[in-house]
Ligand binder design. Structure first.
Ligand code: C2O
Length: 399
């Protein structure tokens, strides 16, 4: 990342440890909607071998781009980090108001934009404009574990979708959507067991996960504030940021990162429930059992940690799994706003919020997108496979 840090933009934190997006003199163009849907996103666990190979090849090529290219894998990860580690300020004069794309109504549309450009870059890198980002289908029983394609190999050289900085305890486990509040006592294997007693436990755990998705999507996600989150500048979103900063400081001091329950106040159910739990489950060892020296994994800094890439917003984008995870978060929003009839905010402040992203790795240019541009995925030229939408196993999983 040295090359990148030389020509910095307004990354405000002088102690940053990551490359900021490169400064640019290229003009900004406004986004124009795509004329038709050319990309169908499919579950990562159901890809045929040819598609698996495409995904590996595309991410491999993205990893091989020089870090100074804004569409390189390193730069993409840095984009996410720069928007969530307090590196930008909402107002440069207000030191304690870091800008963040999490914890507010920005979450869903910003991440939709971000993975849209990531997906386009992957397609471009392999010369296939029908390439669509596979999603980690964690809302269906067959997807409630890390998809195999991300785990094959022992290094990113053998498998570009691999990342060594994950919570190894959960690599072959059944997803636990209660992991944040009350982690399961013993790990349940992802493969359905044949022994009847073990099978009953497994079925029960699957059902518990489905109920959580039902609460997120239906019962507790009624209306845009409940589902998408609070307005950015609302009181509660600032409180959240303070609490987060405090928790980060505590972590840096080696104390427990326990934060008050109001942390999630300004988040919608889309962000706060399965999304966050999946991050933590994938990237953090069970705090009850992890001691960094013995149980941790070696992180990017060469030291052992209990909390690695996916488990921390700042580093999450370094794991290719992140993008397939977010494709499913995006799909949950898509299902909410189509099949479940959810409506976004009609506040012009939300609709006209815009961000710029780089497009085209060969000659990077900046594209400005507004939230109103991304409310309908078809205008972004992608959709989700109809098969998985026809059968949503959680839809009737009322607790
Ligand atoms: Cu920007 Cu799942 O986080």
């Amino acid at each position: 990342g040295e090359k990148v840090t030389e020509k910095l933009v307004e990354c405000s934190d002088p102690n940053r440890d990551f490359p900021c997006p490169p400064a640019s003199r290229v003009p900004i163009v406004d986004f124009t909607p795509e004329a038709r849907v050319t990309r169908v996103r499919r579950p990562a666990h159901l890809l045929d071998p040819e598609y698996q190979e495409k995904y590996r090849e595309a991410v491999g090529k993205m990893r091989a781009l020089d870090g100074s290219n804004p569409l390189s894998f390193a730069a993409q990860a840095a984009v996410h980090q720069s928007y969530c580690d307090g590196h930008y300020r909402l107002d440069p004069t207000e030191k304690n108001r870091p800008f963040d794309v999490h914890f507010s109504w920005i979450f869903a549309p910003w991440h939709r934009m971000y993975i849209y450009f990531y997906e386009r870059a992957l397609g471009q890198l392999i010369g296939d404009d029908t390439f669509a980002l596979p999603y980690w289908n964690w809302d269906a029983p067959a997807g409630m574990g890390i998809p195999a394609i991300f785990k094959q190999g022992v290094s990113t050289a053998d498998n570009p979708l691999y990342d060594p900085y994950r919570n190894m305890e959960n690599m072959d486990a059944l997803l636990d959507l209660d992991y944040l509040k009350k982690p399961r006592r013993d790990t349940i294997p992802f493969e359905p067991p044949t022994d009847p007693a073990a099978r009953a436990k497994y079925d029960d755990a699957v059902q518990t996960n489905l109920c959580t998705i039902y609460l997120q999507q239906v019962r507790d996600g009624k209306g845009p504030r409940a589902f998408l989150g609070e307005k950015l500048c609302s009181e509660s979103s600032f409180r959240v940021k303070e609490i987060n900063e405090r928790s980060k400081r505590r972590q840096a001091d080696g104390q427990s990162s326990k934060v008050s329950p109001s942390k999630s106040q300004s988040q919608g159910t889309l962000e706060r429930m399965a999304h966050t739990t999946v991050h933590v489950w994938t990237g953090r060892a069970n705090p009850a059992t992890c001691s960094a020296e013995q149980g941790g994994v070696v992180g990017h800094d060469g030291k052992p940690h209990c909390q690695v890439d996916m488990g921390f917003l700042g580093t999450a984008g370094r794991d290719p799994l992140f993008y397939s995870h977010h494709a499913n978060v995006d799909r949950m929003w898509h299902i909410w706003s189509t099949r479940l009839g959810g409506k976004g905010f009609d506040d012009p402040e939300w609709l006209d919020t815009s961000f710029v992203f780089y497009d085209d790795y060969r000659s990077p240019r900046l594209v400005r997108m507004k939230f109103r541009d991304v409310l309908d995925a078809t205008r972004l030229g992608y959709t989700y496979d109809k098969e998985s939408e026809a059968a949503l196993p959680w839809l009737n999983s009322k607790p």
